[in-house]
Design a protein around this ligand. Structure first.
Ligand SMILES: CC(C)(COP(=O)(O)OP(=O)(O)OC[C@H]1O[C@@H](n2cnc3c(N)ncnc32)[C@H](O)[C@@H]1OP(=O)(O)O)[C@@H](O)C(=O)NCCC(=O)NCCS
Length: 402
């Protein structure tokens, strides 16, 4: 019997049975419960073989910060194919069905995901739009350059749940300024603290929270755990602060753990901590792929963000997966907004949707991709100008894997 692709009609337990097999069962019961809470059952697309669930992809309804705006984005998640059914094109069919559905619904011009393996999604038109730095700072190398006002910031230990509402509001406010971040609603606020609320021998302590305060006002917070081991460490989940003194004060606290020897985290590639550590070699940063972005509808996606400088360019877009994006698009706009419509004008650049997804949030530069031979320039100067227009002052980053 042929594989059928359609809307999921089953329940969470059936889905978990599939994901448990597909991901080789890395999850605890607590983590699965956390996933269940954010799962959007009516946005699950599945493959079935004679009634048996053999593949799944889900979509979260995100509101994501992009340069100059916030837009609805389909967050692709829980992608898995039953091990007995792999390499028969099921993922490809699921991806096509999901992206077609997002396109037809017409509200989300983009899709985004965080990948378990970095080589999978480029073929479906996803570009690597945000990276991050995995850092490990030994306690002996914790010294920071001096930061004005750092001693005016008070660091206070609090219960993670009791402080949740205040921290969540601050995080969402700051998320509006950082491309790549999505807004956490109540379910996501709960989700980010719900796994490992209790101590777990594998992961260490329960999640802990410290606040940064100045004159009694909340100016930042950090979520972290501690793990006692031969080489004990602090695992920092997220640090958000409204100013550099608070940011540095939180890190000064996190880098000096009693009884433990190092601090680990995954931070934005432009996190000020990287510039403040006295020894720039101390964190041994490793660049990893973070957020992958897909322009589901080129016209609506490119019109949804703003541009660093005025731009009027014709892009000849290639897309081997979603035919409605193929063709010439005139992008006109600047810092206040943009339009992007089909055109018959001559093209200035030829670019694949994968590259458009990669540069959509401001990183990497289109010029850099051009140097790699991934963008073709037909009009002299068009690549440099378009590249500048797409650039942002802050690098994209996402503090929440999904
Ligand atoms: C990754 C996974 C979903 C792929 O499903 P699948 O049905 O076997 O994939 P398909 O047969 O549709 O493959 C489509 C293409 O992707 C490639 N591909 C699939 N999985 C790949 C992988 N892990 N690494 C590299 N390439 C991969 C295939 O070779 C094929 O390439 P082609 O277009 O050149 O023919 C499946 O192997 C799985 O469930 N893995 C474990 C869970 C996981 O990693 N999920 C992804 C979470 S982000």
């Amino acid at each position: 019997m042929a594989i059928e692709i359609g809307q999921f009609k089953g329940g969470w337990d059936e889905l978990v049975e599939l994901l448990d097999l597909a991901f080789a069962a890395p999850w605890t019961e607590t983590q699965l419960e956390a996933e269940r809470r954010v799962w959007e059952a009516d946005r699950s697309t599945v493959a079935t073989d004679d009634g048996q669930l053999v593949g799944h992809t889900g979509t979260f309804s995100f509101r994501m910060t992009v340069p100059g705006a916030q837009v609805p984005v389909g967050g692709v998640t829980m992608v898995g194919v039953r091990p007995t059914h792999r390499r028969r094109g099921i993922l490809r069919d699921l991806m096509r069905a999901q992206l077609t559905e997002i396109h037809e619904a017409g509200t989300e011009p983009l899709a985004a995901l965080t990948a378990s393996e970095a080589v999978i999604y480029g073929r479906f038109g996803y570009g690597l739009a945000a990276d991050y730095q995995a850092i490990v700072v030994p306690k002996v190398s914790r010294a920071l350059r001096s930061v004005a006002g750092i001693d005016d910031v008070r660091i206070r230990y609090v219960d993670v749940r009791e402080a949740l509402a205040g921290c969540a509001a601050l995080r969402n406010r700051l998320a509006e300024e950082r491309p790549g971040m999505f807004q956490h609603d109540d379910r996501w606020n709960e989700h980010i603290i719900s796994d490992n609320v209790t101590s777990d021998p594998a992961n260490g302590s329960k999640r802990r929270c410290v606040l940064a305060e100045r004159d009694g006002e909340l100016t930042g917070f950090a979520h972290y755990r501690t793990k006692r081991a031969e080489k004990g460490y602090v695992q920092v989940d997220r640090v958000h602060a409204v100013d550099i003194a608070s940011h540095a004060a939180l890190w000064r606290y996190l880098l000096e753990p009693d009884l433990l020897s190092e601090t680990r985290s995954e931070i934005a590639s432009d996190d000020p901590l990287l510039d403040l550590l006295l020894d720039p070699r101390a964190p041994s940063p490793i660049t990893r792929d973070g957020l992958w972005v897909r322009t589901v509808d080129v016209g609506r996606a490119l019109a949804a963000r703003t541009y660093a400088r005025d731009i009027d360019v014709v892009l000849d877009v290639t897309d081997g997966f979603l035919p409605w994006n193929v063709g010439k698009w005139q992008l006109s706009g600047g810092p206040d907004g943009a339009t992007c419509e089909p055109t018959t004008r001559e093209a200035d650049l030829t670019v694949d949707v994968r590259e458009l997804g990669a540069v959509y949030l401001g990183r990497p530069s289109l010029a850099r991709l051009g140097r790699a031979g991934l963008v073709e320039e037909h009009t002299a100067g068009a690549l440099a100008a378009t590249s500048q227009a797409f650039s942002t002052s802050r690098l994209p980053f996402l503090d929440t894997g999904f």
